[in-house]
Design a protein around this ligand. Sequence first.
Ligand code: UD1
Ligand code: PEP
Length: 425
Amino acid sequence: MDRIVIQGGARLNGRIAISGAKNSALKLMAAALLTDEPLILTNMPRLADSRFMGHLLARLGLRVEEGPGAQMQLHADEITDTFAPYDLVRKMRATFNVLGPLVAREGRARVSLPGGCAIGARPVDLHLKALETLGAQITLEEGYVDARAPAGGLVGGEVDLPFASVGATEHTMLAAALARGETVIENAAREPEIADLAACLTAMGAEVEGAGSSTIRIQGRERLKGVTHAVVGDRIETATYALAVAAAGGDVVLDGAVWAHNKALWNAMNEAGVTVQPVEGGVRVERNGARVKGVDIETQPYPGFPTDAQAQFMALMTTAEGTSVIRETIFENRFMHAPELTRLGADISVNGNEAVVRGVPRLKGAPVMATDLRASVSLVIAGLAAEGETVVNRVYHLDRGFERLEAKLSGCGARIERQSEPAES
Ligand SMILES: CC(=O)N[C@H]1[C@@H](OP(=O)(O)OP(=O)(O)OC[C@H]2O[C@@H](n3ccc(=O)[nH]c3=O)[C@H](O)[C@@H]2O)O[C@H](CO)[C@@H](O)[C@@H]1O
Ligand SMILES: C=C(OP(=O)(O)O)C(=O)O
């Protein structure tokens, strides 16, 4: 198993190219199930998660080919299987989103309940209720969801989400694109990834209105067509590198970052004393000199502060002047990085969904364990800011969602490398 070794203390200077968003790319890949024509995705991030989603789709009969550059072609001219087994679904959340498209196109599917980062209970009740509203008959058995469409296929309906779930909104959109008539989603999630999926489905022939607002209307079509679609830039990767520069100090332009997608983060970083500004084609982040100041944040659905950047923000706050209160409201178990940050000398106390971070003048490198995707990268950020050597173990979590992390950071002067762990004797 690989590990990441960081010699902390180097400032970051230069440019980092932001990849396509993992959390958009995976749902766009699921959209390929909706058409018998090829779907070509450009600006695709090359990640363990996208490869894994590719394996699942190949198992269902799709031809999945990685093209030159950041391109991927997915072709579902025929769906040969509607069964998504546990082994291909358990590792990540987005695989579950094949259920709706399969039922919409093939009339039935059997899909394992999903996995994903262990940051909370993460039920799928809202996904299932939405599919039932579109007419699917659902049974749960032995860890699998069995779904069947009525004769004549799924029919549009009114889906009122009690919580603005990202996954349930996307899942409903995917199924509704091939359902008869109109589907209206109330209290829809408003994340940029939703707008990205809406743009792709619209290009494929469905009519999707209101993505980015709380009410989304989808006119389904009997048939959708293949298109070429560019995946939106990754706002969480953007947030991560912005916070890495803030923690380590330096001056970096994040090429391909979308300023408008991270407003809540920019406000918090400004308040902490970091200079962030939009520049042509990206975002520039600078911190030279003074320590950052402690800032309170609370995670919220978009456009609020993203839960996927909470761990990275906490890493920055560990060396702030003053105290920062960090409240996590989306997932009930998303502070697993706190005890690991403490190994580096951070002063953090967690009480329920609140973490109080009392800034210390400096961190000192230590061996730490990655527990989930964003927690892992928060340890990398802390390691970059710390004195001495930090070793981040169990980095397979990182590889799920960060493309060429060491190369991107070392290109800006970080002393970071990947090592293969010696086999245990
Ligand atoms: C692959 C992907 O895109 N993952 C992202 C997606 O996850 P995901 O789509 O799982 O997140 P949701 O917005 O659905 O979940 C938010 C909250 O709603 C709860 N819930 C959700 C669905 C449901 O049927 N029932 C239910 O109770 C969840 O347990 C959680 O507490 O959005 C999250 C919130 O921005 C991000 O942290 C994840 O990185
Ligand atoms: C939690 C994440 O992913 P998943 O939903 O696949 O667990 C994430 O991207 O931070």
